[in-house]
Design a protein around this ligand. Structure first.
Ligand SMILES: NC(=O)c1ccc[n+]([C@@H]2O[C@H](COP(=O)([O-])OP(=O)(O)OC[C@H]3O[C@@H](n4cnc5c(N)ncnc54)[C@H](O)[C@@H]3O)[C@@H](O)[C@H]2O)c1
Length: 389
């Protein structure tokens, strides 16, 4: 079986999700390639070594510049905060590596275009980790929409709700620093909704938004100034630092096909942990998805006999559902981590067949164009056209 050597940069949240995917992919997917978990990269040697050992990586490296130069690495997987996606991607493309990059593609639109320019110039394969596309229920929604089962689309109504910033003493993690993250709830959460909308509804025409930063300052850590995600050591908190991103961003949209949409991302929705939900209404029916019940897709069809009309809940675990045949027998549900396994199966298969994976950097750019158009609309307080690359 063909083998592809992986170098993964970042070993925390997404580093763990991607490691799990590489480990499991050949158990569940009959694909003609095996990923070799060659090198895990991070900055601090101590925790990096522990992560490399636990996740099953053969080696570790504390400088990504050394990693991308290695001749024995085929794919560079970027699971770091957005501000360094660009430098890693460009250096890796120059070395001829295939790229798998976390979302959002970059911290700025300019960086994102430079990344695209590099992969085009050096002719390397590229993918972005919009993993929710790969859930069986979402891929089934795509199939139903493609078959015309809900007809002409009129509405998309989407929210992505979290609550981890409610506590004003939660420290200033990188996700609250514009220079590092690009934006807050917007680039983090709306990025997923925007990709979902582009995937299921179509390209955006124009947008208008509003945003708010409810807590303007948060505790800094003495040692680093900025905390790593997830740490919450109040004892060590010294002075406060400015929050430079949005806590919540909402926007309205018109799509090129005439549909209209509303979108909301927040980190201040008490009780909502990872509440991504959306509803799409068309001339012949509707679909509804809730990430916290990710095996399910609700479907309503105006073509059912009137006496039997109503939303039905499809458990997307039947072998006839996309990706589901690779998992367990029907009715045996899957979870969050499995979306990354599906994603990595597609990534490796495409690269092995010499095709570009999907979604790719063009999808990353087009999602970023929408993010930026929303930000521009907030500044100008006007409807703003979205550029489609
Ligand atoms: N697809 C998804 O659903 C999803 C979910 C969460 C995060 N993300 C994205 O994944 C990326 C990483 O987010 P995360 O939640 O894993 O963050 P995290 O803070 O949990 O982990 C970031 C990792 O990057 C490493 N890192 C930072 N700077 C580095 C450098 N200069 N060199 C080497 N390593 C460096 C850190 O050591 C850490 O291991 C972001 O782009 C984020 O938006 C995507």
């Amino acid at each position: 079986m063909k083998e592809l050597n992986i170098g993964l940069i970042g070993y925390k949240f997404m580093g763990k999700a991607h490691s799990h995917a590489y480990k499991d992919v050949n158990i569940f997917f009959n694909i003609p390639v095996r990923p070799v978990m060659k090198v895990l990269c991070g900055r601090a040697e101590g925790p990096l070594r522990v992560a490399a050992e636990r996740y099953g990586w053969a080696e570790y490296e504390t400088d990504w510049r050394n990693l991308v130069k290695r001749k024995d690495i085929d794919i560079i997987d970027i699971a770091t905060p957005p501000d360094i996606h660009k430098d890693i991607a460009i250096a890796s493309a120059r070395e001829g590596k295939s790229l798998f990059c976390e979302k959002p593609l970059a911290a700025t639109l300019k960086d994102a275009y430079q990344m695209l320019e590099a992969v085009e110039k050096y002719g390397v394969r590229h993918a972005i980790c919009f993993n929710y596309r790969k859930l069986p229920a979402i891929a089934l929604a795509k199939k139903l929409i493609g078959e015309g089962r809900i007809g002409k689309i009129y509405h998309m109504r989407a929210v992505y709700l979290q609550d981890w910033l409610l506590d004003p003493e939660f420290p200033l993690a990188w996700r609250m620093v514009k220079k590092v993250a690009g934006s807050g709830a917007h680039g983090d959460l709306n990025a997923h909704l925007i990709d979902m909308a582009r995937y299921l509804v179509g390209e955006f025409e124009e947008v208008i938004g509003m945003s708010e930063t409810f807590i303007k300052e948060r505790p800094l850590l003495k040692e680093t100034g900025v905390l790593e995600t997830g740490l919450k050591d109040k004892a060590k908190a010294a002075e406060k630092g400015k929050v430079t991103v949005d806590d919540a961003t909402l926007f309205l949209a018109r799509f090129k096909n005439g549909a209209i949409g509303s979108f909301e991302a927040t980190r201040f929705a008490a009780g909502r942990k990872n509440g991504q939900r959306f509803e799409i209404n068309g001339s012949r029916g509707s679909i509804v998805f809730n990430l916290e019940r990710l095996n399910e897709l609700e479907f309503y069809s105006t073509e059912d006999p009137t006496y039997a009309q109503g939303f039905r809940t499809i458990i997307a675990t039947d072998p006839s559902h996309p990706y589901a045949a690779n998992w367990w027998p029907a009715g045996h549900i899957i979870g969050y981590g499995e979306s990354f396994v599906d994603m990595v199966a597609d990534l490796l298969t495409s690269i092995t067949k010499g095709k570009n994976p999907s979604p790719d950097f063009y999808d990353g750019i087009n999602a970023q164009e929408v993010l930026v158009a929303v930000e521009d609309s907030i500044k100008s307080n006007r409807w703003t056209k979205v550029k489609v690359h």
